[in-house]
Design a protein around this ligand. Sequence first.
Ligand SMILES: [Zn+2]
Length: 132
Amino acid sequence: MSNIFDKLKSGAGKVAQEAKEAAQIKKIELDIGGLKKQIETQYHQLGEMTYQSSTNNTPLNPESANIISKVTNLFEQIRLKEEEIKKLNTDIVEPQTPAQAPLPSQKKVCTNCGKENDPNVKFCSECGTKLA
Ligand SMILES: [Zn+2]
């Protein structure tokens, strides 16, 4: 009897864990959206400075160098967050010998939007639906 309960518990635990991961991924995606907005703002300022320097025939505002390094920094933050998502969205796979490795062409097709996802991901990269 206790055996059945243990099984149920571990199954529920896995589901809860996956729901938690999906929520974490959603949150990181929101963060990335915010960072992209910041990049747009910086681009806008940079464009304005370039335009003014060109039309007024004045040297480019030295502040533009700061903006460029800010944008580089923002891109780096996005890259790190995308790596976090990748980690959350990847099943821990036991190391396999090449002979046992599954064919790389075995894509997981999303039941919700039809997107083909890599075989080792848990959630659709397009719509976030849990993949079988
Ligand atoms: Zn999908």
